[in-house]
Write a protein that binds this ligand. Sequence first.
Ligand code: SIN
Ligand code: FE2
Length: 215
Amino acid sequence: MTLDLFDDPPRAAREAISAGAFVLPGFALPFAEELLPAVRALEERAPFRHMLTPGGFTMSVALTNCGALGWTSDRRGYRYSPTDPVTGEPWPAMPDSFTRLAREAASAAGFEGFAPDACLVNCYEPGARLSLHQDKDERDHGAPIVSVSLGMPAVFLFGGLARTDKTVRIPLRHGDVVVWGGQDRLRYHGVLPLKDQPHPAFGSVRVNLTFRKAG
Ligand code: SIN
Ligand code: FE2
C-alpha cells in the first residue's frame, strides 16, 4: 500500500476544544441539501429580523426560530416564547432533518438523547458579528447546545465561564458543527465580524442553526 502524500490530510471526526466541547468538522454536510430548502421555507413563515437588545442596540445578526419555543429579545429583555412576536403565530415546527441532525451531532459528541425544542436560526451578512455571551436563558442546562454552520465561513470564539477569560479562535466552515455541554455548557462564545467570502449555494450569507432544550 502506498500513502498518497498529496491528498488533503483527513480531518478528525471530532476535535475536542475542552472536556465537554467539540467541533465535528463537516458533520452536517450529508444533511446540507435538505437544510437549505428548509431554511427558505422557514423564512417565508417567520422572516429574519434584527432584534433589539434590552440595552437598545439593534443586533447585526438577523434571527428567526423554529420549534416549540423561539428566542426573542426586545427592550424588556431576552426570553423564549411559543409565538413569533412579528406574526403573532406559533413558530414553524422544527423540520425532521433539523431534529435528526441535532440528535446525531449531540450523540457524536457524547451527549445521548438530545431532544431540542428550540432552534435559533441566525443569518450573518458581511460585517455581522455576535459579541461574547452565554446561552443561559434555557431552563435546562443539562442538555448541550448544538450549533450548525452553513454558508460563508466564520471565526467562532470560545471562552471560559467568565467574560474576561481568554478565548480560542475556531475557524468554522459550511457543514461544521460545534457541540458544548456538561461542564462547558455555560462558556462564553461569540463570532468575529464576517468577511465577505461568498459560498456557492448561500452567497454572501452565513446561516447558523443553534439547537437547545429551552423549556
Ligand atoms: C450563537 O451563539 O447563538 C450562534 C453562534 C454562531 O453563529 O456560530
Ligand atoms: Fe450563543
